[in-house]
Design a protein around this ligand. Sequence first.
Ligand code: ARG
Ligand code: ZN
Length: 876
Amino acid sequence: MRTDTPPPVRLTDYRPYPFVIKHVHLDFFLEPTKTRVRNKMTGKRSFGEHALMNLDGENLKLISIAINGLAVPEEEYEITPEGISIHMPAGEFCLEIETEISPETNTQLSGLYMSGGRFCTQCEAEGFRRITYYPDRPDVLAPFDVRMEADKDAYPYLLSNGNPVRSGNIGTDRHFAIWSDPHPKPSYLFALVAGDFDVYTDSFTTMSGKETPLAIYVDKGDSDRSAYAMDALKRSMSWDEDVFGREYDLDVFNIVAVRDFNFGAMENKGLNIFNAAYVLADGQTATDADFEAIESIVAHEYFHNWTGNRITCRDWFQLCLKEGLTVYRDQEFSADMRSRSVTRIKDVIRLRSRQFAEDAGPLAHAVRPDEYARIDNLYTATVYEKGAELIRMLRVLIGDTAFFAGLNRYFDSYDGKAATIEDFLNAMQLSTSEDLRNFARWYSQSGTPTVTAKGVHDTIARTYTLTLKQHTSATPGQPDKIALPIPLKTALFSGKGRRLSTKLNGQANDEHLLILRDFEQDFVFTDVSSAPIHSLNRGFSAPVRLVDGLNDANRSALAAADNDPFAQWEGLQTLARNILLEMSKDEDGDHKDSLSAFIDAIDEAYTATIDDPAFAALILRMPTVGELILDQKDADPSKLHATRLKLKRAIARHMQGSLVATVQHSDTGVFDPSAAAAGRRALKAAAIDLLSGLQDEHADRIYESFLSAPTMTEKLSALNALANVENGGPSGEYFDKALLAFEEEWKDTPIVMDKWFSVQAMSIRADLRARLHRLCSHPDFDFKNPNRVRAVAAAFAMNNPVGFHAPDGWGYEFLTDIILKVDGLNPALSARLTTSFESWRRFSPDRQAHAEKQLRRLDDANLSKNAQDIITRALA
Ligand code: ARG
Ligand code: ZN
């Protein structure tokens, strides 16, 4: 094990920075291997006597340093591995530092680096210190002016934050551009781009009538594929005005797409930088899921302009202040653009599969943790997804009026500042009579609460007493848990499935909001004439696991009757989970009765919702192995997978006729990316997926559907279906033929080829292992490109539980080999891949032994601090 693990950063150690930076002027002389950065900061000491100024810096070559125009003698400063300490004079200063960096050899993709021959940056969270010496912390805000100079032919476009000021030629070969950002910002929002692009332009007139040019910079030839992202941007801008009253605040707004990027995208002020996969789309090359992701990420980054940029975070412990709120905002946007219930269901699926898993394992942490070892590892499902659920819950708790009043107060009070969760909650508190002190516990307590319900009907008193209990299991560092306020939207139904109007605390309603505040609490409904069936946590009003205390007959009755689509879907998912767990417990039983009752319920719901195909598709979706694992100890993924296949097969057998009809349908005419058209394709994909469960019976049909697919969505759903047939029959041949054709068609389009890599990494065919090795030695596989590495390694480890958890451990070993290769190049990426081990203790003992062996191998390898942090916690 490594001994040099750094001490954690603690929330309680926060100290304000003792200097103010009034203005920053940056001068870049851009060359791939030798970029000169001149950084001129003016400012003054803001408090204290201490004359030492500490600036962060990493991998920088210092060229010169001067204060108020005079070179600083060597004994006046000290360079450390973390940065530089400089003796500062009293009063105002102008500090000038010149450094040299090598963007071309920056494979970490943090700071200034090259992608496809262009310069670009990624500074959140701590990348700016890899560009120049600076107080690289979010609570130091300053206006930035940036001048860039570069070769004119190679880098015709020079972009930075804020507004363009001036540009011009320098001699014949070089040129320059100056940008100025008037909004004080922390260094993590700095961005610079230089290179050659195609530019897709448009404009948006803001609510106060200001016409704002918009541009998306993409690879040569890709400009047509930017139309959807541009459309999403304009819709986001107008939605933020309509719903939150937030207007854009610069003269221009630019988006740049780059192919080498560690995450989805980055909200740099006025210059968002995107992973190209979340910008480029047309019907031929992108799936509907891609369109949906583009819409939501474009919106997310744009919304950050207010929640993140205008109001930023005091320190990185407050990350959820901007991320949770912004995810909440992008989820609401998607719900308004598409179907609200379908969007909500998808958000819940994502929360459950990623965040619940994180919360249930060794990497569990609070939405606002009180310590961390490596900041890059805090960009998690808990901070983002659970963070968004807390905002949603807060809105349910205090109501719409107070919620928006509180938000406006927050915007008014903290505009231009670096704020905390306490600041946010205070603004909310001033707008509601609900005491939010207990609600704040949701931010500091980790783990997913389980709510258990039990109802008793009293015929004589005509009451229904619902007893609710909450329990949260211990998580790392938090052995004992406190009770949280849990808002549960609740309705009661008659045995025949009619929603009842009942009274709670004297109030009559057919849906009530119960707030479970204690570990155990009774809620007494009155006016209940016969024994009801309760429906709890409707719309997923709280991010909890629910043990509802119903039997499956009641649940089926509810699912058939409920007018709330989320509740209906949730009821069927619970039924599916139960039957899957029952079947996997008793593999030899025939489970005839429960199976046929379940299949009838699915068939009925499917028929009833067929006019809303996106929703019907979700009805046909069975819980994944990843979700089922959460309900089990010593889980055996292969067994769960086999059970799941059995269930899908039974559904397919029963519904074959209607599924085949669905598969044969294809929209004609021009491609339509709308939610409605996407819903029809989603249903088709769900049908193909079920039919592929009948092994080779439908191979011809599926292959035919691949060949004739008019859209990438349909092509890929057919390809996925072929990848999921286990035996070596015709599907196998078709799969390989289809892959060849796909590769031939798309070999020059990297983001499409990523799909080709990942569909194979997610396949469950017998040749998977050999196939993975072939993929890694494919000429287009590139350890330096995160999208490509993820297309193989993350697709395999996160979406192929059968392969990854292979009983003899080869899956763990394969991933470990990749992590070991990636780590030296890109620690953020290797750390992310390492999180795939997060649930290792939930599996059967043989698997645990194999996983532990690989984790120990990683632990012994002296990896980056980022990877080491995950490994240490996973093994703890
Ligand atoms: N703020 C960016 C976003 O959510 C993500 C930045 C990720 N940075 C990181 N170090 N993981 O849109
Ligand atoms: Zn974000």
